[in-house]
Design a protein around this ligand. Structure first.
Ligand SMILES: *Cc1c(COP(=O)(O)O)cnc(C)c1O
Length: 338
């Protein structure tokens, strides 16, 4: 096994319980994009079947269909609207669409299942700006998405706008606004929170105040170790020149596996909790690290993410967000539930 991702069941459950205990609201678990790249088939049974989870949210109906094929029975919310050519999927797999455009209302004119409605209160992405004529649709839920949870004023005004917009809707069983980044807010009238990344123990943004249990560990094996002389160029374009005699380790993970090339000469890997620099450009399948004066042998696994480094910390060095690193994890990385 060249690389693997450990997923700690207990941490996933603990994090769901912590989310519930912080907000006292039941959970809509967001498992879009192959469960944030972690592996839908691996984590969906644990997350979807958790007693605090009322619903699973995905981006598009094919993701919902995948969940049904896996045997998931709970309601599935499709965040990205509904189109005519997808109607069969919504019906056959009993998926719940979120409408955010009149085209969705038109496509659903013969749809008799539950529907949620989305309002744009400042995100500038999906959502109605005003309450539309929803025809005969069975609207049981309403949602909005917050653009700037770090900004208290903006967030409160979005919440206020949303509260006014849904005044005309009766019999709402689901009112959901908050994702992980806004779990620090109190929203009395909301019934659910709609969270993804915090379930996996990662931070929605730098400096986020709440902390969750680390659920993920990414490891890759060293497949070559050799000593090179001082002044030796490492990897494509020789962006690193050894300053001394150097022991180089080649690790079986590259940018095609999700280790961002931005981490070239900037990121670190850990071996037995020793922090060791990535040297030279990260390549498609391989990454080179400095193992000088380290007791290491071929076949040892290095920590890319684990007790010493989270996806959030790695993302900061790579000038991106943990979401992007996680969703870039390739199929080559074996997912192991423990
Ligand atoms: C992805 C997404 C979420 C979940 O966000 P996290 O930051 O992962 O908790 C919630 N709502 C919408 C609309 C989303 O697209």
């Amino acid at each position: 096994m060249r690389s693997y991702l450990l997923i700690h069941k207990r941490a996933l459950r603990r994090n769901l319980e912590r989310i519930y205990s912080i907000q006292k609201k039941r959970i809509i678990a967001v498992l879009k994009a192959n469960a944030y790249g972690i592996g839908l088939n691996v984590v969906a049974p644990i997350i979807a079947n958790h007693p605090f989870v009322d619903m699973i949210a995905v981006a598009c109906p094919t993701e919902g269909a995948n969940l049904r094929e896996m045997g998931i029975k709970k309601p599935i919310l499709v965040l990205g609207g509904a189109f005519e050519d997808e109607l069969k999927l919504f019906k056959n797999y009993s998926l719940t669409p979120v409408i955010s455009h009149i085209e969705h209302i038109r496509a659903l004119k013969h749809f008799s299942g539950n529907v949620h409605i989305k309002f744009d209160t400042g995100m500038g992405r999906l959502g109605f700006l005003d309450l539309p004529d929803t025809k005969n649709l069975k609207i049981v839920g309403a949602m909005t998405h917050l653009c700037c949870p770090q900004d208290i004023k903006e967030t409160q005004s979005q919440i206020e706008r949303f509260k006014n917009l849904i005044k005309g809707l009766r019999n709402l069983k689901f009112i959901h606004i908050q994702s992980s980044g806004s779990l620090t807010y109190r929203v009395k009238f909301a019934t659910h929170v709609r969270v993804g990344i915090s379930i996996f123990g990662e931070k929605p943004f730098e400096g986020f105040k709440l902390s969750f249990q680390r659920a993920l560990e990414l490891r890759a094996s060293i497949i070559s170790i050799k000593e090179v002389p001082e002044g030796y160029g490492v990897s494509y374009s020789k962006t690193f020149i050894t300053p001394r005699k150097t022991k180089l380790g080649v690790v079986a993970i590259g940018y095609a596996d999700g280790l961002s090339r931005q981490l070239s000469n900037r990121g670190f890997l850990y071996l037995n909790s020793q922090k060791l620099p990535i040297v030279g450009n990260i390549t498609m399948d391989l990454t080179i690290m400095d193992l000088t004066n380290v007791d290491a042998k071929v076949g040892d696994y290095v920590e890319v993410v684990g007790p010493n480094q989270s996806f959030s910390e790695l993302a900061k060095i790579a000038n991106t967000i943990p979401y992007e690193l996680m969703t870039s994890l390739s199929f080559r990385i074996k997912r192991i539930l423990v």
